[in-house]
Design a protein around this ligand. Structure first.
Ligand code: ADP
Ligand code: ADP
Ligand code: ZN
Length: 211
């Protein structure tokens, strides 16, 4: 069982890299952000409870997240491990995860704060296949058309605005970044410079996973 954690501030490129790592490793991507957005869209009790925190750029309470992960880990495709994207984000979440399964690699994608706002504010994704693009740094080949599936329905996230991003970044520094040291002490953390070309970052992550 090899579980991987992709760790980093909002906009670090976790989702972008996750898709590529899934192609190489076969490990299913588990994004708590995507799970929460689906719950909000479907108006489930979890979605209703989570929404106000997400809109404010604050972390959703730990127990909501831990419940989602416990369910996800019991699904059949989790048997050979999962790749967590945006989870855990607090020490209590990491402790809860350690009680249900083992993590073999934590990949910390490092991007300086001053780059985060421009990354987040230019982000958009395909409604159909969820591919992630950027107005300037990773545009579609044909304007408005998804490179992967050809759909022309693109969307932007409600929380991808400058005000909320600054709040999300503050939450990252206060509540999430201490986890890097927590995992470093366990000898499973690899720090990757995320302020480079997307392909170079993928290569370094894949190298770290076999090291
Ligand atoms: P990003 O990709 O920009 O880092 P995510 O899609 O991972 O953002 O998360 C969006 C929002 O969902 C967060 O701002 C937070 O409110 C909530 N969220 C996602 N994952 C977690 C988590 N593991 N713990 C607490 N809140 C979370
Ligand atoms: P996260 O999942 O960590 O929030 P994303 O993968 O959604 O981050 O990336 C945030 C935005 O930055 C997207 O618009 C994406 O296209 C863009 N991006 C991702 N990696 C890079 C990179 N290495 N250089 C420049 N822009 C990038
Ligand atoms: Zn698409």
């Amino acid at each position: 069982m090899a579980n991987i954690v992709l760790f980093g501030p909002p906009g670090a490129g976790k989702g972008t890299q996750a898709v590529r790592i899934t192609e190489s490793t076969g490990l299913p991507q588990v994004s708590t952000g995507d799970m929460l957005r689906a719950a909000v869209k479907n108006n489930t009790p979890t979605g209703i409870a989570a929404r106000k925190f997400m809109d404010a750029g604050q972390l959703v309470p730990d127990q909501i997240i831990i419940d989602l992960i416990e369910q996800r880990i019991n699904e059949p495709d989790a048997i050979d491990g999962l790749m967590f994207d945006g989870f855990p984000r607090t020490i209590p979440q990491a402790v809860a995860l350690s009680k249900i399964t083992q993590v073999s690699h934590v990949i910390a994608i490092e991007v300086p704060d001053e780059k985060i706002v421009e990354r987040i504010c230019g982000r958009f994704s395909c409604t159909k296949c969820a591919a992630v693009f950027h107005d300037i740094f990773n545009p579609t080949k044909v304007t408005g058309v998804c490179d992967l599936c050809g759909s022309s329905e693109m969307k932007r996230r409600a929380d991808d605005n400058e005000t909320t991003v600054l709040q999300r970044l503050a939450a990252y520094h206060e509540q999430t970044s201490p986890l890097a040291e927590w995992y470093e002490q366990q000898g499973i953390l690899s720090r990757i410079d995320g302020d480079r070309e997307i392909n170079q970052i993928t290569q370094d992550i894949l190298a770290a996973l076999i090291a």
